[in-house]
Design a protein. Structure first.
Length: 73
């Protein structure tokens, strides 16, 4: 299974699982990124951080490390 960090720009992926725990996991879930949600990767900064995504109609920026904790299909 791959992570959101590996999804190419312009592609959509479905969240299967969130790794990690504590405040980082809580922050990801507070953004609306939960199991079964579709995430569309809009843009990735030249150095790979941040990753801009659309989730539930909202545009969000994720840190590369946080995107690596989101397992997608």
């Amino acid at each position: 299974m791959k992570t959101l960090r590996e999804v190419p720009v312009g592609q959509r992926a479905t969240v299967k699982r969130l790794d990690g725990d504590g405040p980082v996991r809580r922050r990801i879930m507070d953004m609306g990124i939960t199991k079964g949600v579709d995430v569309y990767v809009q843009k990735v900064a030249p150095l790979g951080d941040p990753i801009e995504v659309t989730v539930r109609g909202y545009e969000l920026s994720l840190r590369k490390a946080d995107a690596g904790m989101i397992q997608v299909e």
